[in-house]
Design a binder for this molecule. Structure first.
Ligand SMILES: Nc1nc2c(ncn2[C@@H]2O[C@H](COP(=O)(O)OP(=O)(O)OP(=O)(O)O)[C@@H](O)[C@H]2O)c(=O)[nH]1
Ligand SMILES: [Mg+2]
Length: 285
């Protein structure tokens, strides 16, 4: 079972608890490719009572129909929820509008009490690599926070100011001490929330392969020049076949990492690992 809960995450959670009273709203970022598995249970516990906006990031990489199903699900649960692509320059403006609409009563209140503007403070939290810093950079319209394509780029909290009366607290990615099951761990690893050196690439690679052969078979065949017959192979034999096809002889661990990286780049098609319809069974586990 994969576990990754280093000291800096425990510290980041403590700082989140210390700072929650400073903010008007919590941006709870989850990955649109696994919007359920990337929910950090610590966020609900710590932000109790504060308005929360659930933001499904990387929607450009996820299956759009399933993203809509998840948005409906979260809205039914009483959440304000939106899906975004932070690569788009319009995303910052869109979020600013959503936040001001959500907090309209509070803003009006401040105006009635004679303040000509109300500064809105938000804290941005979520699993590593989910796109917290990228999103905040879009809102403040400059590269104020460091971003990077690996888990654990942001090391400490940092306030960013936008010209639209928003003050935003960027935070390091946080996980939780024990994943509920292997599926959740595999999904987080596959989508890049867990440092790559923590898990066995073949475990996660096989998990990815098993998923793609069922949901995106055409893209899988195209990407690795497979035949229809190859799709009859067992998962392990299919991995060995792909290992040869990508010219890695029998280094199936390296080939597994290749599959994982290809999937993150969208090269095996858009996908969503969490199925809304599975939820009732997951909750029973
Ligand atoms: N395709 C796509 N990529 C995104 C999106 N948002 C962020 N990314 C990419 O995801 C990677 C991680 O982004 P960051 O903003 O550094 O993520 P973070 O949540 O701040 O990560 P930590 O600080 O490590 O916790 C970067 O390579 C971004 O370019 C998105 O909406 N779509
Ligand atoms: Mg960051």
């Amino acid at each position: 079972m994969i576990q990754w809960f280093p000291g800096h995450m425990a510290k980041a959670i403590r700082q989140f608890e210390e700072n929650i009273h400073l903010v008007d709203i919590v941006f709870e970022l989850v990955d649109a490719r696994c919007p359920f598995s990337s929910i950090n249970p610590e966020v609900a516990r710590i932000s109790q009572g504060k308005p929360r906006l659930m933001i499904l990031t990387k929607a450009d990489l996820a299956n759009p129909n399933i993203t809509n199903q998840w948005l409906s699900y979260f809205k039914n649960q009483g959440y304000a929820a939106i899906a975004i692509d932070s690569k788009k320059n319009t995303t910052g403006k869109y979020i600013t509008k959503v936040v001001k609409d959500l907090l309209a009563d509070k803003i009006d209140d401040a105006k009635e009490r004679g303040f000509d503007k109300k500064v809105i403070r938000a804290i941005c939290v979520g699993v590593p690599n989910v796109g917290k810093s990228t999103l905040l950079n879009q809102i403040v319209k400059r590269r104020a926070a460091q971003v990077g394509n690996r888990a654990g780029v942001t090391k400490g909290q940092q306030w960013l100011k936008s010209s639209d009366e928003l003050e935003l607290l960027d935070t390091p990615g946080i996980l939780w001490p024990k994943f509920q099951n292997d599926d959740i761990a595999n999904k987080l690893a596959m989508t890049g929330a867990i440092k790559d050196s923590i898990y066995h690439s073949d475990d996660v690679g096989l998990f990815a392969l098993h998923f793609f052969r069922n949901t995106n078979p055409k893209e899988l065949i195209d990407r690795y020049h497979l035949s229809e017959d190859d799709m009859e192979l067992s998962d392990v034999d299919l991995l060995l076949k792909i290992t040869k096809k990508v010219g890695m002889q029998d280094d199936y661990e390296r080939a597994s990492m290749r599959i994982i990286l290809d999937s993150r780049k969208g090269k095996i098609g858009r996908f969503t690992l969490d199925d809304v319809n599975d939820l009732s069974t997951e909750e029973e586990e």
